[in-house]
Each structure stands twice: as C-alpha cells, then as structure tokens.
Design a protein around this ligand. Structure first.
Ligand SMILES: [Zn+2]
Ligand SMILES: [Zn+2]
Ligand SMILES: [Zn+2]
Ligand SMILES: [Zn+2]
Length: 452
C-alpha cells in the first residue's frame, strides 16, 4: 500500500460550496446501520461512538481514553470496484484483482460476453454470475476490448446487489450533489445497447456516484506482486472528519479492508480525525486540494500558523538580488496570500511566488517520473539546492519518492553511499513529522517499514 505515491498537486481554483443531498437516517439509525455493516469486525467494546460533530456533519468520538497506536476499527468495504484509470492494467480480475494471464484483452474478457475482465477462478463464482447476467442484459457494444468507462461504472452498479440495510446505509452517507457527476453514468451508458433508462434507476446510480465522489477512498494494494488501484466506500471510516494534523490514520489490508489506528493519545470525548490531504503538503497545497475535492476550507491550528509548525513546507527562496532568505505566505485564510522574506522582509505578490512554486513542482516532478534512483539522488543533492529550499514540500516529496523506491524495489543494487543518502532523507522526513506532531502516522510506519 502506497501512501507516498506521487500525486500532482492541484493548481485549480476553489469552487462554490456544494449542495448536499438529504440524508434519510438519524445519527442513532446510522450508528445501528454501521453496527450491522461491521458485523463480525465490530469490536466488542468499541473505543468510539458516532455523534454530531462541531467540525462538520457527523463524526466519530472517543468513548474512553485511547492509546497511541491502538487499532480503532477495521472495516470491509460497502462498495468497491476498479478505478480503471489509464495508468492501471485493465486486464485485472474484477473480483479478486489478480492479473489475468495472457497478453490480449479478449483473453481476459469473460467468455460469456459481459464485457468484464474476470479470471478463470472467478468466472463461475456466484458474485460474477450476478454481474455477468446484468451486464449481458445491457448488451455491451465492445466485445473484443476492455472498455474503461464500462469497467469504472462497475463499482457504482454494484449498489444493485446491496441488501436492505446496506442500501439504507448508502443513503445515510453524506453525498455532495453535482450534476457533473452524472457524466460518469452517461459515459458508461454509451458503452451499452440497452443501458437502463428508468428514472428511479438512474437516480439510484446518481446518488451512488455522488456518495463515491464525496467519500471514496482510493486504495492501492499489492496483489501477487501486481499493483491494484480500487475505489471503495467505507461508511464508518468515511465519517472521520479532517484535520491537517489528525489523531488517527488509515491503511488498507487488501483492496477491500481499511484499518484505522490512533496516531496519538486521544482523550475520552475528543473527536477522532484523519487527514484527507497528504500530511507533508504545504498549507496552500492542502487548502487547494481540500477546496477542490472536498469543498471546504480548513481552519485548523496548523492551517493558521505561517511557519507551519516550524517546518516551512511552503518556503521558497527570496527573489530579491543578493538575498537568499526564506519567503513564506503570511496570510493564512486566503488562497492568494502575500509572501514575505524572513531575512530582508520584502513582500512579494502571490502570483509571482505561485509561478515560482509551480516551476519547482514541475521541474522536480518531471525528474521523479523519468529518472533512475541514482539520478534522483544527484538531482536532489546537487541541483535542487540552487532553486528550492530544503524545507519545501515538493523537495520533501522527492525524497520520499527515493525512500519509497529504494526500500520497495531491488534493495541490494544500491551502494552504501546511496543507502546513506536515503537514511539521511528518512531522518529529515521523520524530523518534519515530529514537528508536525504527526505521531504514529501511516507515513512514519511506511518509511520505517512497519507496513509490508
Ligand atoms: Zn479473479
Ligand atoms: Zn461474465
Ligand atoms: Zn488544516
Ligand atoms: Zn529577502
């Protein structure tokens, strides 16, 4: 499971607050539906309870004191399916996520003609039988190629096979309404001769797509050495509200199970939170990401500290002749702050610094995507210091990428010198996590290798 996977930092503008769909269940009913959903995974005496949150909507609260590192719950997904992103291998079984042997699409597709890739072992399973029947009834237009738009809708279509309490749970989840989300259903409809046109059916799909867009987790896991990316709904984990320095973190056990643990001591009554953004992103990067994807502006303590707990993750070099001071954004409540040099105290407009930050981001990301580990180390050590302060989050992400590649792949091919650089990067990242008060977070576990 990779939390350190490189993602492009968003550059878009903040959108209008979204309209929310009506939620049919009371908080008490939701808690009961969640208990049914957890089933055997429900802890005998949960350390938490669901209640209304001062941060937003509903949340999860500690019902007793919780120790750092304690597992709070694990949960099986309510709905899950392939993301079918272009970067993923589509010849992945839609049920067990194993890579299907062979080299061509027709070899991977179900021979019954449902248009879904499914492995030999899963072809006769009752789960595939249901999906197979439904997709065949709709008549997929493409018979020889795996169609990503049809594959992507599978996670949504699976709402058909939910039982009554599961359906109620789906409708009890928060869902932001945006007609744009209907596009996903329309794109899928274009792949079939007889996609359903009944309004109630389309409404059901739409609601599900909205729930996915509001709550889905993208989980990357490793199945038999093959990297799998799924999107999944976890109704309980989805209730955790966001803080930029949260007290809980999650990881995935396989494509279909999420595990949530406390990252620090949590007192009875406190709200349990997780971060929707990357821990090591700068405040501006987090704000833009949260605004774009989750439609809110975070006001947590970390978001209001221009030094970012002394990590200076946003810092860039001063543009004034002869000054190499650090420049940081000074206002914290806007997406277009003024920036000020800590040395010469000159003030720079946001537009200028944003261009500079984008330049650093693009330069470093291009290298990450194209360079060997050896070239990356050279680039980080020799070239980056000329244009990017060592505390800048983009450079930290580059170091994480090196750690990730060196610990996960071909370990023995590196020289002791290269290993020493990696150890130094690791110490730097751990020091930043410590300053942020990130506790026993998933990222710390990943780079100290507690998660295989
Ligand atoms: Zn399979
Ligand atoms: Zn089939
Ligand atoms: Zn925040
Ligand atoms: Zn300066």
């Amino acid at each position: 499971m990779s939390q350190t996977e490189q993602e492009q930092t968003p550059k878009l503008q903040l959108q209008q607050p979204m309209q929310q769909m009506t939620i049919s269940a009371s908080t008490q009913e939701l808690a009961e539906l969640l208990d049914i959903h957890l089933g055997a995974l429900r802890p005998k005496e949960p350390a938490w309870r669901v209640a209304d949150s001062p941060i937003s909507g509903r949340g999860i609260f500690a019902s007793r004191d919780i120790e750092a590192g304690e597992e709070l719950f694990r949960e099986h997904t309510l709905l899950v399916g392939p993301t079918a992103h272009r970067s993923t291998n589509l010849r992945t079984c839609t049920l067990c996520y194993r890579l299907i042997p062979g080299t061509t699409d027709p070899e991977a597709l179900c021979p019954a003609g449902c248009g879904l890739p499914v492995c030999l072992a899963c072809r006769d399973s009752p789960r595939h039988e249901l999906e197979c029947k439904l997709f065949r009834k709709w008549r997929p237009l493409e018979q020889n190629r795996i169609e990503p738009r049809a594959l992507r809708i599978l996670s949504v279509v699976r709402c058909f096979f939910l039982d009554e309490p599961q359906r109620k749970l789906l409708y009890a989840m928060q869902a932001n309404a945006d007609r744009y989300y209907m596009k996903e259903v329309e794109r899928a409809a274009a792949c079939f001769e007889h996609f359903p046109r009944e309004q109630d059916m389309l409404d059901f799909f739409y609601r599900t797509v909205c729930a996915f867009n509001t709550n889905a987790f993208e989980s990357r896991s490793n199945v038999d050495g093959h990297e799998v990316l799924v999107r999944a709904l976890y109704p309980l984990a989805g209730l955790l509200n966001h803080q930029c320095t949260p007290n809980a973190a999650h990881h995935f056990k396989d494509g279909e199970t999420i595990v949530v643990c406390a990252t620090e001591r949590i007192s009875k009554g406190a709200e349990i939170t997780m971060s929707y953004a990357k821990l090591l992103w700068s405040t501006l990067a987090r704000k833009m990401f949260l605004g774009m994807t989750k439609h809110f502006m975070c006001q947590c303590v970390r978001c209001q500290d221009p030094t970012e707990n002394g990590t200076y993750l946003s810092a860039l070099f001063c543009r004034e002749q002869g000054c190499r001071g650090l420049v940081i954004p000074v206002q914290t409540r806007t997406l277009q702050p003024d920036w000020r040099c800590l040395t010469c105290e000159n003030v720079f407009p946001h537009a200028k610094m944003a261009r500079y930050q984008d330049f650093a981001l693009n330069t470093i990301n291009n290298r990450i995507n194209s360079c060997s580990v050896q070239d990356m180390i050279h680039f980080i050590n020799e070239l980056c210091p000329r244009f990017c302060p060592p505390s800048n989050y983009v450079l930290i992400e580059a170091k994480l990428n090196v750690i990730w590649r060196m610990t996960r792949f071909d370990r023995d091919q590196y020289t002791p010198e290269e290993m020493a650089h990696m150890d130094r990067y690791r110490e730097e990242v751990l020091a930043i996590l410590h300053k942020l008060g990130a506790g026993e977070c998933t990222l710390k576990k990943l780079i100290t290798e507690e998660i295989p």
